[in-house]
Design a protein around this ligand. Structure first.
Ligand code: BGC
Length: 758
């Protein structure tokens, strides 16, 4: 059972009214792909449904409510109670750990059999968290976490891995995925940072939209597609303390500039569902915010799909947030604010309370009908009325060998080489190395959260044949050339023994030191400090003291401080949590069988007091100098976009089609890139702009476009980008998205040019 740890807030935070203004911007409404037949199906049913049947559709329970303690086995009496008595319309999750495809298909079949026995035979919609591949099916292919996918700067690759996740979910009989996370990773302490696409809005928008299209574009009736769920709307990642589900204070101008655009792009890309932020913004829990859930989401963004609450979050308006004096008041608040389905999920309280509230006139029938209509349309779009059972055609799409190749490609493209002094990497094929550190013989520390279990840290459930970094290096260099002082498991005491490490280093050419974080998800991943644990720092110092070159390999979900040890490391490889093939990809890069091309999707901070992001403001960039000897404000250990290669890419001939851009026009920007080294390689060309003066202090840099290319050694290519006024817009003091006349720098590589917008 998923055990969520949370702190009850003793004081009543009070319900502050959001004094937000609705910006008067023109709206582009995306009409979700709802066919007239699907809408008709929903209307016909709606006319026949009783209040209980409607409220049941809005109720979602977790598998544990209908399952016996043993995973994958249902309790027939509990199933009947949920589906017949409470008429629940949706079930989610697993109990303890991933199930086999066959177990899933049986579970889904039994559930839909039960639904067929109900008066109107409305099928159940089942949802799972396939966060980086299908988390909860044994042997499913796990890919890099979003933070690592952002490092690939490759939306097509992100789409390709998403298609596999969709197929493996659908093969398991599941048609609704709670992904992608679109929260902007601007608070690296946050335990869900690895689930984000990092600190930049444009990367988040681009990757998020590509992934949503990949989930849904085949048409939801097709066994290769699933309904996506953009989450967690809105501002969830901006917690002030970095602790999961703690208060967010977010001025609306910041919300609209950095957190809303990803959801706006996702709605346009056709996302069918949305999950709500469990936390509060400016004192209003988002589950109670009619402003965000109805005014902004429905009226402004034009979203037509289903809004599902997050885990237990409706009742928590009463128990945790203290904005509803009774459990029923909590239900009334959330449903009236715009939540269509309640992830209750452990009992039927929502059903009972909502029924009472409707009878008392606290929730209008029109609101119930609206929510149920959306849920039924989604079920119709997914083909559940035609065939709710696991499809035969979908089964063949599970576990295909080519998915492993794709997983390796994704890990290759994610891994980011941060430092490589004196070209210590790549190793020669005759190198003799010592592999040490807690993640040297760990599998969970390479995969992270949502990996066969919620926390991802139980290695019993990983596929046989999953490799550790030690295994993968031994495969390449031969057992005789790879020594280790590490023992299996991240927390094993031996892994931190500096004496054995020093002794074992005597006969080797280099030390591969594997540090970072073991898997965690959500609140259990809360930390008080980004500092790397002392034991790991001690290991790094001991390794450096041997005098052997130390290659630091980081497998971590968020940037832990390495400022004190970085200077004594010869090379630093950021491997993130890159999924099933992390170890193989690391060893390919260490040996030069793959030329690294990942680019940091966040600024790797130097220290707690210097958490400045790349798109900082002028006064963060150049500080007032008196009494401050700390220098420039943006001084991370490694900047956003950083990433080395074994070859060199030279930029030349930056050319603009004009030095002016007007409101109706487009500007074409060309630049030539040459692979000036002697190895082939991929490379991401990034285009940034900076407006010199504006009514709102301009960002020093904003990423506006990127393109990933492949160049053979010696080869050149001209890359072109097109910008229009929307690409250089910002949110002004009136909360309107505007482009103001002025001069702009365009920055690509080490080249810059200027144009004027008028
Ligand atoms: C998480 C969601 C997830 C849900 C269902 C919640 O605790 O915040 O991201 O989709 O559980 O597992």
């Amino acid at each position: 059972m998923k055990a969520l740890i949370f702190n009850f807030n003793a004081s009543n935070s009070g319900m502050k009214k959001l004094a937000f203004l609705l910006p008067a911007i023109a709206l582009t409404f995306f009409v979700a792909a709802q066919s007239p037949a699907d809408r008709q199906k929903a209307e016909t049913l709606l006319r026949q449904m009783t209040l209980d049947e409607k409220i049941g559709q809005m109720t979602q329970v977790t598998l544990g409510v209908v399952g016996a303690p043993e995973d994958g086995v249902l309790d027939p009496a509990a199933l009947t109670k949920a589906i017949q008595d409470y008429k629940v319309g949706s079930i989610l999750n697993v109990t303890n750990h991933a199930l086999t495809v066959d177990q899933w298909r049986k579970v889904q079949t039994l559930i839909q059999d039960e639904a067929r026995k109900t008066r109107l035979k409305i099928p159940i919609i089942y949802g799972l968290d396939g966060i980086h591949g299908q988390t909860y099916t044994l042997d499913a292919t796990l890919f890099p976490q979003n933070i690592a996918m952002a490092a690939t700067r490759d939306p097509e690759l992100a789409a390709a891995v998403t298609k596999v996740a969709a197929k493996e979910l659908r093969a398991s009989g599941v048609r609704w995925n709670y992904a992608p996370v679109l929260d902007c990773g601007r608070q690296p302490l946050w335990s869900r940072f690895p689930e984000t696409y990092g600190e930049d809005v444009y990367i988040g928008k681009t990757m998020g939209a590509a992934v949503i299209r990949a989930y849904e574009e085949d048409g939801l009736k097709n066994p290769t597609a699933v309904a996506s769920c953009m989450k967690h709307y809105l501002g969830y990642s901006a917690s002030r303390t970095g602790k999961d589900r703690t208060p967010i204070y977010l001025p609306e101008i910041e919300m609209r500039e950095y957190y809303l655009p990803q959801f706006q792009a996702a709605v346009k890309a056709g996302a069918s569902t949305l999950m709500v932020n469990s936390s509060e913004i400016n004192g209003t829990p988002v589950h109670a915010s009619k402003y965000l859930l109805t005014d902004v989401l429905r009226k402004e963004l034009g979203f037509q799909g289903v809004v599902v609450s997050d885990w237990e979050d409706i009742i928590r308006l009463h128990t945790r947030h203290n904005v509803a004096a009774t459990p029923r008041a909590a239900v009334v608040l959330a449903v009236n604010a715009g939540v269509d389905m309640s992830m209750v999920p452990s009992d039927f309280s929502f059903f009972t309370l909502l029924k009472e509230a409707v009878k008392k006139g606290e929730v209008p029938m029109s609101r119930i009908d609206e929510a149920v209509r959306r849920i039924l349309i989604l079920k119709a779009r997914l083909g559940l009325f035609d065939n709710p059972y696991p499809e035969d055609a979908a089964a063949a799409n599970f576990g295909r060998p080519e998915y492993q190749t794709l997983a390796l490609q994704a890990a290759h493209e994610a891994i980011t080489l941060l430092k490589n002094d004196d070209g210590v990497l790549p190793f020669t094929s005759s190198a003799k190395v010592l592999v040490a550190g807690p993640s040297a013989r760990s599998i969970s520390a390479l995969n992270g959260c949502w990996s066969y279990t919620w926390q991802g840290n139980d290695e019993r459930w990983y596929p046989a044949g999953s490799k550790t970094i030690f295994d993968a290096l031994r495969d390449k260099l031969g057992a005789a050339n790879v020594l280790t002082t590490a023992t299996p498991g991240f927390d094993s005491r031996d892994n931190y023994d500096t004496t054995t490490l020093k002794a074992a280093a005597a006969g080797v050419d280099a030390i591969v030191l594997c540090l970072g974080e073991n898997a965690y998800a959500e609140s259990p991943g809360n930390i008080r400090d980004l500092a790397l644990p002392d034991q790991q720092v001690a290991l790094a110092r001991a390794a450096a003291a041997t005098g052997k070159p130390v290659i630091l390999v980081l497998t971590e979900g968020r940037p832990r401080f390495i400022t004190g040890i970085a200077p004594s490391m010869k090379a630093i490889v950021m491997a993130y949590w890159s999924g099933r093939k992390t170890a193989e990809a690391i060893s390919d890069i260490l040996l030069g069988d793959y030329n690294p091309d990942g680019r940091l999707p966040f600024s790797y901070p130097r220290s707690m007091g210097e958490m400045v992001l790349y798109d900082r403001k002028p006064t963060e960039d150049i500080r007032e100098v008196f009494n401050d000897n700390s220098g420039g404000g943006y001084d991370p250990l490694f900047p956003f976009g950083w990433g080395l290669s074994y070859t060199r890419f030279d930029y030349s001939d930056l050319q603009l089609s004009s030095d002016k851009l007007d409101a109706a026009g487009k500007l074409t920007i060309r630049v030539t890139i040459k692979n000036a080294g002697n190895r082939d390689g991929r490379h991401t060309v990034e285009l940034y702009t900076h407006e010199h003066y504006a009514s709102i202090t301009p960002n020093m840099k904003r990423l506006r476009a990127f393109k990933k290319i492949f160049l053979k050694a010696g080869q050149s290519q001209t890359v072109s980008f097109t910008l229009d006024k929307n690409d250089i817009a910002f949110v002004n003091a009136q909360l309107h998205t505007v482009t103001e006349p002025g001069d702009f720098d365009v920055m690509i590589g080490d080249k810059t040019a200027v144009f004027t917008y008028r």
